[in-house]
Design a protein around this ligand. Structure first.
Ligand SMILES: [Zn+2]
Ligand SMILES: [Zn+2]
Length: 412
């Protein structure tokens, strides 16, 4: 084979594509109930947008971006995440605020591919623009939870933290730098770089030795300003009131520069090392930093590939109610076509191949497509105005009067 897909990308084929469609359908249903509307933004944006929002010192911007120059010498980047494009679109189109938006689509990051981690990956995201209440923080967290339960993910755990704001974070950053000043030889090379560029990011390190050092590190929550501290307490109270369980994780800081106050992550115990299903947080300064009006905001993004690994759809999602129509000679084709038309009009999925093949071959097609039923039509069936209906799972066959077949198959 001469051409293969680029490393870190994947082809999504049936039945997985059916599962993907189902996951997205449920997501749309749930967020729509909370007043969200869909937004679609370009897959590429000016590179500058991500430098100014995602953050110049983050791993995403320094190591993982797909950046290219177009023919007019503009620097463009395939979006590594959804939020900057959404915020840019709101400002550019002067969207009336408050508004709640959701998106579904591919993102691009140059990372080492692993199970559940790709260079082209899909995210399901929501953004609440223009709401500052801690109650919406809890509601955003709840929406993710509700979505996971609806797609059969029962083991997801919410990790919660506050990352402070530009008023209180510098003090914490300094405390952390002081704490690590005499421990530099105990942390990995990556963390030593993080320490100089973006100290909070050291908490993301997976290295066990590093994590041991950070166990006794100062906690961002103990240096929060009164406003951030009150907000955090209000969020936890609201979560308690809504009956949503969570774990406070002092070392969870998320890898984006624009987060303020609430940060959260959904973890699945079934995923192994790459255990995050996604996460989000508040970003009260991003709209303003991108030259829009001062606007509080909060959102999350969920990783669809990992969701697909642990989601448990009902059987008929990956095995749709397909009926295959099989005809024995060209003479029965008009009868078969008429039946197909009626079934489709009634909402039944029908496979009818116009190239006449032997019965055995047609049956093997129906098998490969995992059709639930085959309608077999021969000379006899046309004459008696019936259809021989074969249950593809059990192999049972019965003769059904032509006028009853649509009603019967509609009910499967
Ligand atoms: Zn603060
Ligand atoms: Zn480290």
């Amino acid at each position: 084979m001469k051409y293969t897909r680029p490393k870190g990308t994947r082809d999504i084929l049936p039945p997985e594509s059916l599962k993907k469609y189902w996951v997205e359908k449920i997501f749309r249903q749930i967020v729509t109930r909370y007043g969200f509307f869909e937004i679609t933004t370009p897959l590429f944006e000016p590179t500058e947008l991500f430098l100014r929002s995602t953050g110049e010192s983050t791993d995403i911007v320094t190591k993982q971006m797909y950046t290219f120059t177009d023919q007019a010498e503009r620097s463009l980047t395939l979006r590594p995440e959804g939020t900057p494009g959404v915020v840019r679109a709101i400002i550019e189109n002067r969207v009336k605020i408050p508004i709640r938006l959701f998106y579904i689509g591919p993102m691009y990051r140059y990372e080492r591919p692993q199970k559940g981690r790709y260079r082209e990956f899909y995210q399901l995201g929501i953004e609440v623009i223009g709401e500052a209440s801690p109650q919406i923080d809890a509601e955003v967290i709840e929406i993710g939870n509700e979505f996971f339960r609806a797609i059969g993910i029962k083991d997801s755990i919410i990790q919660l933290n506050s990352v402070g704001c530009p008023k209180c974070r510098p003090q914490f950053r300094q405390e952390l730098v002081n704490f690590l000043a005499d421990k530099k030889d105990k942390i990995c090379a990556d963390c030593q770089i993080r320490l100089t560029k973006n100290p909070l990011r050291v908490f993301d390190c997976k290295n066990e030795n590093c994590q041991k050092v950070y166990e006794t590190a100062p906690k961002v929550r103990t240096s929060l300003c009164p406003e951030c501290a009150n907000h955090f307490t209000a969020v936890t109270n609201e979560l308690d009131q809504r009956g949503i369980r969570y774990i406070i994780n002092d070392r969870m800081v998320r890898g984006l520069d624009y987060y303020t106050k609430t940060a959260f992550e959904y973890i699945s115990t079934k995923l192994g090392a790459q255990d995050s299903l996604g996460g989000g947080g508040r970003y009260d300064n991003l709209v303003e930093e991108l030259d829009g009006p001062k606007t509080p905001a909060i959102g999350f993004a969920l990783g669809e590939e990992r969701i697909l690994i642990v989601a448990e759809p009902p059987k008929d999602v990956i095995q749709p109610k397909l009926v295959s129509i099989i005809y024995l000679t060209e003479k029965e084709l008009p009868y078969a076509k008429e039946l197909a038309k009626e079934l489709r009009a009634a909402g039944v999925s029908v496979y009818l191949n116009y190239e006449l093949k032997k019965l055995k071959t047609q049956m093997s097609y129906a098998d490969a497509l995992k059709a639930r039923y085959a309608c077999i039509i021969g000379e006899d069936e046309v004459l008696k105005n019936v259809v021989t209906l074969r249950n593809m799972e059990t192999g049972e066959q019965e003769s059904i009067p032509r006028e009853k077949i649509v009603l019967k198959l509609k009910a499967i």
